[in-house]
Structures are given as structure tokens and as C-alpha cells.
Ligand binder design. Structure first.
Ligand SMILES: [Zn+2]
Length: 338
């Protein structure tokens, strides 16, 4: 059996492929892409739209051959219980998954981050199963305080799990760390004792070779997301070749791992990455997965579904997508008024 692991994605963006309208005004910088698209989307999620997005994403991931998913979730308007909705979708179709809430202070300060970490704790203790496991998430270092980073790492150790966060996706992360008095974003995590072994660090586009080596030596995984990085215009993660612990993710794009691999081979050719090394990123996902699941659990996804059920999941997704686009438009209109 070929094991294809999507090592970093977002089930909450499962409806995006159903015609999400262009952002107005059009974003320029990476931060504007976050503010005008992704943070507007996650603020607009409610239970029904999240359920529809997760089911639609998981079913299509299975049909595309994905064996396991590593999800990073945020829904600031509905934090408590949100991971259960994702877990239900994964369990319904037998998809092995690692779930976390990405704690952040960007909407509601420290209290918001506390609620995010509490959701990770609650899920891990009360709801996680052998198939659907719980991690501790941070959105990204630049949207949280030192205290929140320290607390997240302590929680991961206490629960015997690992962290999952966005790291150096754009230059903004390193700049923020320097402004806080650190040499860089990896130095910040090290000084806060937050490079928990086994943790999953998404992107690493703006890490130096030396920083990548420090992540590797700490036993952390880095996850490259070439389609997303290209789409957001943040650059190509060239320095990741300094580690053998690099897997492949789609960062919210549909979970088509062979498409992502082909994109990496193609983009990598222009950046000195051999096709062999590019393909190894996808193979590394199997190593990551085998540290979490037995072969038996990894072989249980229900790739074959009744046509009727597929049609129903698709219809429900389309209906919720239309409502979600309206809420996002309303969110944008409110932002313009303020
Ligand atoms: Zn991401």
C-alpha cells in the first residue's frame, strides 16, 4: 500500500475550491493575503460550514489517495468544540488525522490564545482516539506572545504530544522575532524551550540553512507546501534541503499529493532541488505517519463511497459555501466601515 500523507493542511478551507470570490481590495503583501482572505474566512466559519468543509475535504482527500492528514485549525468565532467537528468528519470516513487548534492572539489577545490552548487540551484528553490524535497548535510565532509560546510547549510536554505551527512562511515572522530581541524565529523557539521533539513546523521558507539544521537536530519536522508558497508569493523554501526530516503538505489546497509532488519537482528544478530529493519529501510523510499510527490504522480509510452519499456531501458543501461567502463579504464591509 502506498502511504501518502498530507503533513500540513487546513480542513476549514475545504469549501474554497467551490468558487470563493476574489478578495476586494486585492491583497498585495503576505500579511494582506492573511488579513483579506484567510483570517476573514476563518472568522466567518460556523459549525455547519466547518462540518461541510471538513467532510468535503476529507472525502476528496481519500478519493485522491491520501492516507492521513495533519490538520491545523482556526475558527476564532467558534473555538470550543471545533476540533470535535473535524474529528467527526475524519472518523466518519476512517481518515487518520492529527488535529490541533492554532492558538493566536490576533483577534482577542491573550484570552483568545488561552481558549485555543484549552481546546487543544480538552480535545486531547476527552475526545482523541487512536485514529484521530491531538496536537498543540500555535498559529505562528508572530501572532503570539512569549508567554503563549512557552505555555503551548509546556502543554505539549504535559500531554505527551507535539506542537504544530506555521514557521517563517514569510519574512514577517523573522522580523517580528528580531523586534522582540531574538536573533530570529528559531532562536525565539529555542530560548522559550519550545522546539518540542517531533513537532511539525510548516513552511520554513525564510529559515537559514543553519536554522533548518537546528530544527532537525531538535527532532522537529519541517513541511514544505510548494503550491501555497507559490500562490502567496512568499518564495521557495530552498534551505529545507539541510534536513532529512522534511515532509510535504498542501496548506489548504485540495489534498492531491501527487499534484503537490509534481509542483515541487517542477519548482525545485529552478532552485537546485533534485527530482529525487523532491520525491523524498512525499516519502518522508510515511516516516512521520508511522510514528503516530500502526499499518492497520493507516489502511482503514473508506475510499469508496456510494454515489448518493458523494452527491449529498457535495450539495451540502455548495450550500454552505454560498452562505460562507456572504458572511465573508459582510465581514469585509464591516472592516471598511471601521
Ligand atoms: Zn497553513
Amino acid at each position: 500500500m502506498t502511504i501518502l500523507v498530507n503533513a500540513h493542511t487546513h480542513l476549514y478551507s475545504g469549501l474554497v475550491s467551490l468558487g470563493m470570490p476574489e478578495a476586494v481590495p486585492a491583497p498585495g503583501s503576505f500579511l494582506e493575503i492573511l488579513e483579506l482572505i484567510w483570517w476573514r474566512l476563518d472568522r466567518s466559519l460556523d459549525a455547519d460550514s466547518l462540518r461541510a468543509a471538513a467532510r468535503f475535504y476529507v472525502v476528496n482527500a481519500l478519493r485522491g489517495g491520501t492516507t492521513a492528514l495533519v490538520d491545523h485549525h482556526e475558527s476564532p468565532g467558534m473555538i470550543e468544540g471545533s476540533l470535535d467537528i473535524l474529528a467527526d468528519a475524519c472518523e466518519e470516513f476512517g481518515m487518520p488525522a492529527l488535529l490541533c487548534y492554532g492558538a493566536s492572539e490576533r483577534n482577542g489577545g491573550v484570552e483568545e490564545a488561552q481558549r485555543g490552548l484549552a481546546e487543544c487540551r480538552r480535545f486531547h484528553k476527552e475526545r482523541a482516539t487512536e485514529r484521530v490524535r491531538g496536537l498543540v497548535g500555535l498559529h505562528a510565532c508572530f501572532t503570539v506572545s512569549d508567554e503563549t509560546i512557552r505555555e503551548a510547549a509546556c502543554l505539549a510536554r504535559e500531554l505527551g504530544t507535539v506542537m504544530h505551527l506555521h514557521l517563517a512562511e514569510d519574512q514577517v515572522d523573522a522580523r517580528d522575532a528580531r523586534e522582540r530581541g531574538y536573533e530570529g524565529v528559531v532562536d525565539r523557539l529555542e530560548q522559550l524551550d519550545a522546539l518540542v521533539p517531533g513537532s511539525i513546523l510548516a513552511h520554513g521558507v525564510h529559515l537559514s540553512t543553519e536554522e533548518v539544521e537546528r530544527c532537525r537536530d531538535a527532532g522537529c519536522w519541517l513541511v514544505q507546501n510548494p503550491r501555497s508558497n507559490k500562490n502567496n508569493g512568499v518564495g521557495f523554501a530552498s534551505s529545507l534541503s539541510a534536513s532529512s526530516r522534511v515532509a510535504l503538505g498542501t496548506d489548504g489546497f485540495p489534498s492531491e499529493m501527487r499534484v503537490e509532488e509534481t509542483e515541487l519537482v517542477s519548482l525545485g528544478a529552478a532552485h537546485g532541488l533534485s527530482a529525487e530529493d523532491a520525491r523524498a519529501r512525499l516519502e518522508n510523510g510515511e516516516r512521520l505517519a508511522s510514528s503516530w499510527w500502526s499499518a492497520e490504522v493507516l489502511s482503514t480509510g473508506h475510499a469508496v463511497l456510494a454515489t448518493e452519499q458523494l452527491v449529498d456531501i457535495g450539495r451540502c458543501a455548495e450550500k454552505q459555501a454560498a452562505l460562507l461567502w456572504q458572511r465573508m463579504a459582510d465581514d469585509g464591509a464591516r472592516a471598511l466601515e471601521e
